[in-house]
Structure formats: C-alpha cells, structure tokens
Design a protein around this ligand. Structure first.
Ligand code: CP
Length: 359
C-alpha cells in the first residue's frame, strides 16, 4: 500500500504521473466527477490549516466522494489520551484514505506503520509537507512550462519551513536545478538537508543574505513566512520576523518571466502591492493545490493494491533503546514510538521519524 509521508515516497515517475493527471483534471474536470463516489476521505487535523484541509475537502467533493474528520483534536478522544496510532486504526474503519496534519514530527510515519488505509502527510511540524510540494511542482510547471533547468530562490524561514525542506528534496530529481538560499543566520536551512539532499544529489546551492543580489537570476522566488509557532524563544522570533519583505521595488529587479510562489498564509513578507503583478503566482498556487490533491487521491486509490506501487525500500532501521532523538517535538519523545534510527551516508545516526540527530 502506498502512503505519502515524505516527497521521496513517490518515485519520480509517480510524481510526474500525479502532475500530469492534475493537468488532465484541470482540462477535463467533468471526466473525473464521480470517480470517488462512495469513497470517504478523513481529514485529521491536529494543527490549524485553511488551504490544506479545505483543498482536500474540495478535491474529494469534486471527485464525488465524502469527507469526515476533525479540525481540532481537542474535541475528540485525543483529549482523553488516545494515541495517534489508535486514532488511525479507528478512523481506518470509517474511511478509505486519511489526510493528517500534526504538530508532532514523524506522527504520520508512525501512524502509517499500523494503518490499513493510505495515510497522506498534510504537514508534520517543521519536518515535511509533501502535498504542498506536489502543489508547488504543478505551479512551477504551469507558470513556466517546465521544472527542469530552473534557478529557485528560497527566502525567509528555511529552518522551520517544512514546505522548503520537502520541495528541495523533490527538486533533487529534476535536471539542472540551482538553489539559492536567502535567509538570516538564525533561519538557515538545516544541515541535514544541505548535506543529505543538496550535496548528495549534486544540486548546486549557495547561501546569501540579501534578496537584491540574486533577484535577476531567479526563475522562481519561493517566499516563506517566519513561523512564530515553531520558536521556543520569543526574542529570537522578534529579531528575525521582518527579515525579508518582497515589494514592487524588489520585483522590478526580477526577470519578466519569474514566478513568485508562497505556500501561504503570509503575514507581511509579501506586500499586497505585489499581488497584481502577473508574476505573483501564489493565489493560482492555492487552486493548483486542489487539483493536485484530486490527482493524488485518485492515484493512491489506483495504487492501493498494486505491488508495483508500494512504499520505497527504506534503509534498514537501527533499534537502540540507549539512544534518544534530540528533537523534543518528535513522535518518539511524545508517544511510545520505538527509538529507531537510520544511518546516513555520513555515518551519523538520525531519528527514523523526524531526521533529527541522536542525543
Ligand atoms: N500552505 C499551507 O499548508 O496552508 P495551511 O496551513 O492553511 O493549510
């Protein structure tokens, strides 16, 4: 059975199939109405969301299916102490597929280990957001006509920005991608993404501290919000919160055919004066999210019993009860998930669920 926990759970071919199907859905919406009739999607959201939850809901409705679930776990038996694994075992009795968002990193991977229906990770803490990645890939394809060969600048909160981590992973499988990382010292991309993704796959990347110096090079500018909810120290948040703001003056430095993406919500990192610029693609990106989630639901259903489309062969886990994941927001430090690790290419042990280093 296929779950989508990390963008790399999809092969390049499967990713391309989803992007292609999404474009066919856009062109021939009537052909897909009813393709999920009598099927149910459960949306289990332990963390707030507007786009992801509602686009999953709209996607399933457009396919003729039904939706159940919760947007606030406080009103469920989670508040009585029910674990994430027990919750998905229960919901799997009612639904054909589950989309889950959780503030705890690795929660969806842990849930998928016992689920009898496909689990879709709709965002786990600051770790991963693979359906946003599919949305971003479809948006780049539609805005520029290609994904291969782009120079993409990631700007803002690259430390906690799960959408950035997931998109860099996915782009590592396209040709001739160049990555420019635009962030203050405190919000730089985690080392494990630089080493295990960029350096291992040979994507050229460089780190800069101003937007102006790179604007003319970019085909895509991927803006992000500084995520207050991920900071443990409010003073640190106050220092960096207004680091990068996109305005008309900065847009004037960019190529005529650049695309500005943002997973949204924005706070003040893109001024509203940019919204009417034809290169501002972030609201079109939102709509793409619905179409790509329709395509994903259709494909996961099609692949459910197809051994050709199982989960990829992960590394062999290392079990060691004397070691601990260093991330207090990881599932293994919040529920009774096993202390399970993978050995990276650099021979460093990292948490199986959240990729953090071992204490
Ligand atoms: N882009 C995104 O994940 O938005 P929401 O948090 O509103 O779902």
């Amino acid at each position: 059975m296929k779950h989508l926990i990390d963008p790399m759970d999809l092969s390049k071919q499967e990713t391309d199939e989803i992007i292609t199907l999404a474009q066919d859905i856009i062109a021939h919406r009537e052909r897909y109405q009813g393709s999920m009739s009598h099927r149910k999607l459960a949306t289990l959201f332990y963390e707030p969301s507007t786009r992801t939850r509602l686009s999953f809901t709209a996607a399933m409705m457009e396919l003729g299916g039904n939706v159940l679930g919760f947007s606030d776990a406080k009103n469920t038996s989670v508040s009585k102490g029910e674990t994430v694994q027990d919750t998905v075992r229960v919901v799997g009795c009612f639904a054909d597929v589950i989309a889950m968002r959780h503030y705890i990193e690795g929660a969806q991977l842990y849930a998928s280990e016992v689920s009898r229906v496909p689990i879709i990770n709709a965002g786990d803490g600051s770790h991963s957001h693979p359906t946003q990645t599919l949305t971003d890939l479809l948006t780049i394809q539609r805005e520029l006509g290609h994904i291969d060969g782009i120079t993409i600048g990631f700007c803002g909160d690259l430390r906690f920005g799960r959408t950035v981590h997931s998109l860099i992973k996915a782009l590592s499988r396209y040709k001739d991608i160049k990555v420019i990382l635009i962030a203050p010292q405190e919000l730089k991309l985690p080392d494990y993404i630089k080493r295990d993704v960029c350096e291992r796959t040979g994507i050229p990347y460089r780190e800069v501290e101003t937007m102006e110096e790179v604007m003319p090079e970019l085909d895509v500018l991927y803006m992000t919000r500084v995520q207050k909810e991920r900071f443990l120290d409010e003073d640190e948040f106050d220092r960096v919160k207004d680091s990068f703001v996109l305005d008309s003056a900065r847009m004037a430095l960019a190529k005529e055919k650049m695309a500005v993406l943002h997973p949204l919500p924005r706070v003040n990192e893109i001024l509203t004066e940019v919204d009417d610029d034809p290169r501002a693609a972030y609201f079109r990106q939102v709509e793409n999210g619905k179409f790509v989630r329709e395509a994903l639901i259709v494909k996961l259903h099609e692949w459910k019993n197809d051994p050709e489309h199982g989960m990829p062969n992960h590394d062999t886990p290392v079990f060691d009860d004397t070691l601990r994941c260093a991330n207090s927001k990881c599932i293994c430090n919040n529920e009774r998930a096993p202390h399970k690790f993978r050995r990276g290419e650099d021979d460093v042990l990292r948490c199986w669920y959240c990729d953090s280093k071992v204490k």
